[in-house]
Design a protein around this ligand. Structure first.
Ligand SMILES: Nc1ncnc2c1ncn2[C@@H]1O[C@H](COP(=O)(O)OP(=O)(O)O)[C@@H](O)[C@H]1O
Ligand SMILES: [Mg+2]
Length: 203
């Protein structure tokens, strides 16, 4: 479980998160929604330990994030990230982009690509495949080390409706605690945990 208590964040003098407290249950698919500028990306960055909040505390299964001694190792082993812009390396193939971040053997990588329905594209370069396929490759890279937590920031921001639905279906089906920030309400299903932000506060 992730517990955030009294999180506030300022960029300079601008307060963009104001006293946000929340619990995220293990294994639950959680969506952070709100208009552009409401603080979704900032909150997601804080929950994923990439950004240290100006105020407040964060814990994972009861362990305060500031007490995680090897935070880089925690991120590498326990956290997977998916972004709007996939950040695949353009001169590496789909397979190589995933292989770069893992010690997993070839069979495991291939099996994961197949389960994400991009197996036949393993030897293609990012600019040879579609936006939806690139996002699946980025998801494969986030998943290969079997992280306990997956954070996705507007993962469908660049995709058409059909591919967006497919990416959400895929993230929802993962055996991990998945937290997605999106301004797109239409992807939310009954059963999803929804955290709605307005001007940096939960509403
Ligand atoms: N690195 C930054 N430096 C200064 N201001 C920022 C930075 N990142 C975001 N902001 C500001 O913080 C507010 C919240 O942004 P953000 O968390 O990106 O919201 P959202 O993801 O909901 O669009 C916005 O007003 C934005 O301009
Ligand atoms: Mg954002």
């Amino acid at each position: 479980m992730i517990q955030a208590e009294h999180i506030s964040h300022r960029y300079g003098s601008e307060k963009v998160l104001d006293d946000v407290s929340l619990d995220i249950e293990k294994g639950r698919f959680t969506v952070i929604t709100g208009e552009s500028g409401s603080g979704k990306s900032t909150l997601l960055s804080i929950l994923s330990t990439l950004l240290v909040p100006t105020e407040g505390s964060l814990s994972f299964d009861g362990l305060q994030s500031t007490r995680i001694k090897k935070i880089d190792r925690f991120r590498n082993e326990s956290v997977g990230f998916v972004f709007q812009f996939h950040y695949l390396i353009s001169h590496l193939t789909v397979y190589e982009n995933v292989a770069l971040v893992t010690k997993a053997p070839r069979e495991k990588i291939t099996a994961l690509l197949e389960s994400l329905e991009i197996g036949p594209l393993a030897d293609k370069y990012p600019d040879e495949i579609s936006g939806g396929q690139r996002q699946r490759a980025a998801i494969a890279r986030a998943l290969i080390n079997k992280p306990r937590y997956i954070f996705a920031d507007e993962p469908t921001g660049n995709l058409d409706s059909r591919n967006s639905q497919a990416v959400f279906d895929l993230l929802r089906a993962l055996d991990a605690t998945v937290i997605v920030a999106t301004h797109d309400h239409s992807r939310i299903l009954p059963g999803d945990r929804v955290i709605a932000l307005k001007d940096g506060s939960i509403c």
